[in-house]
Design a protein around this ligand. Structure first.
Ligand SMILES: Cc1cc2nc3c(=O)[nH]c(=O)nc-3n(C[C@H](O)[C@H](O)[C@H](O)COP(=O)(O)OP(=O)(O)OC[C@H]3O[C@@H](n4cnc5c(N)ncnc54)[C@H](O)[C@@H]3O)c2cc1C
Length: 414
């Protein structure tokens, strides 16, 4: 279907934003018989470009189940790195990791892995190929939405090129800050962390032995996350001023600083990708739904990357919203109606709030040199190290498998 033809047609769902979250939602709804228009402001060339900024994701068990169900996991399997050990170490004012540490392993939770790492480029490319193949998805790229307004039982969208589209519901998956949320008059709460993360990939001399490391340094955490081959993704968080200065360094100068902070944990390092910088803030939409409108992913919640959970949280939104919409459609309900959208909002509210606050508090507790907090952190690490029950609970929580779990996160059909 081309966009001109669409002006005469009504579709079921319009999604703003075609990165991982918006695209997965489109695929699930389309596979369940809904007609979806996926609108993305980037060009198709940009979306399918080979350029890699080094971003990688820690995917939890629920996300893996959803990707397996969509036959995406099998296609990325060879590019996926299993993580079976996690080492958390706190740092002091010397910026050196200190002996106080917490060790988690897959044996603690009785599974073959704790989480999996995948590079953004591999996951995106497989999803994009699936979008192209789907006959129920109209993929509009290089498009910007000018306006959205509710007209009776439909929502009407006007694109920058003048086309008008109508659907039963529109969904904002346009990231942070979300234009579609602003258009729907959804306000958000949050604050700027005045921290930024520098992200990239390094090759190292020594094998990572499937271990992920997080050093809690005074200015912010440094995560070293294993990738396939002798490579790791680093997420190095610090004050934005400092990060901007570091980001200006050339490859060699930057590598010197990075080697210092890696503390020889992986032997000699070489840079495998350019570095990218991401400013960090917390933002939570005050409402996940409005009239014929819902939010998913970073457009609903932008959280600190300290726990590597932002995308997993967005994928939980996708699993819940698709389940609500598909069941409503099967029951002959109005999928954009307030009763249906309220189910989604109620289902997601507490998980989003809990994880947003957890990441916020963890960052505040660990990203500083306060002596009392250092002692408390040490005590907490000791307590968790000795308690298999707490370890198991923490791991279950991080895998998104606590509470009312949507079917797709258990790998089951809706
Ligand atoms: C340093 C860092 C490390 C991270 N590590 C992890 C991790 O290990 N694990 C994890 O789970 N999460 C991680 N995250 C979080 C994760 O990157 C995000 O949560 C996730 O990428 C959000 O995906 P999204 O599709 O919701 O939004 P985005 O990826 O921001 O996509 C939004 C899309 O909408 C498009 N768009 C924007 N405006 C418009 C418009 N007006 N019209 C049409 N399209 C529009 C954009 O072009 C974009 O393609 C990390 C984040 C950071 C910053």
């Amino acid at each position: 279907m081309n966009s001109r033809k669409m002006t005469q047609e009504k579709t079921n769902v319009i999604i703003f934003g075609g990165e991982i979250v918006g695209s997965l939602l489109a695929l699930i709804l389309a596979e369940n018989g809904m007609r979806v228009v996926l609108i993305e402001k980037k060009s198709l060339e940009d979306l399918s470009s080979d350029y890699y900024d080094g971003r990688s994701y820690a995917l939890n068990a629920g996300t893996k189940n959803l990707l397996s169900f969509l036959d995406i996991w099998d296609e990325i399997r060879e590019k996926v790195q299993t993580v079976s050990k996690v080492l958390l170490q706190q740092g002091l004012e010397t910026s050196r990791p200190q002996p106080l540490e917490l060790k988690l392993s897959n044996y603690d939770i009785g599974t073959s892995s704790i989480f999996h790492m995948v590079e953004d480029r591999f996951l995106k490319n497989v999803i994009l190929k699936k979008i192209k193949k789907s006959t129920n998805i109209t993929h509009l790229t290089s498009k910007i939405v000018k306006s959205q307004r509710v007209k009776g039982s439909l929502i009407e969208i006007t694109l920058n090129d003048g086309f008008i589209l109508k659907s039963e519901i529109a969904i904002g998956a346009d990231g942070f800050p979300s234009r579609s949320a602003t258009r729907a008059k959804v306000r958000s709460s949050g604050w700027n962390y005045n921290q930024s993360s520098i992200v990239g990939v390094v090759r190292h001399e020594n094998n990572h032995e499937n271990q992920a490391i997080q050093f809690f340094l005074p200015a912010g955490p440094l995560a070293i996350l294993p990738l396939t081959g002798n490579r790791s993704c680093y997420v190095w968080t610090m004050d934005t001023k400092e990060a901007k200065l570091l980001n200006k360094l050339d490859g060699e100068q930057f590598l010197e600083k990075l080697t210092e902070v890696f503390n020889n944990f992986r032997g000699k390092l070489t840079l495998d990708t350019p570095k990218s910088i991401f400013p960090l803030s917390l933002a939570m939409a005050r409402s996940l739904v409005k009239e014929r409108f819902a939010l998913v992913g970073d457009s609903a919640h932008n959280i600190h990357p300290i726990a590597g959970q932002g995308l997993n949280l967005g994928i939980r939104d996708v699993a819940c919203l698709s389940e609500v919409l598909i069941l409503a459609s099967r029951n002959g309900e109005d999928i954009g109606g307030a009763v249906v959208l309220d189910r989604y909002s109620k289902w997601r509210h507490s998980d989003i709030l809990a994880l947003s606050l957890f990441t916020d508090v963890t960052n505040k507790i660990f990203s500083n040199d306060n002596a009392i907090l250092q002692i408390s952190r040490g005590l907490a690490f000791n307590l968790i190290n000795r308690s298999p029950i707490i370890k198991k609970y923490l791991m279950k929580e991080a895998s998104g498998s606590i509470g009312d779990v949507p079917k797709l996160l258990e790998g089951k059909e809706i």
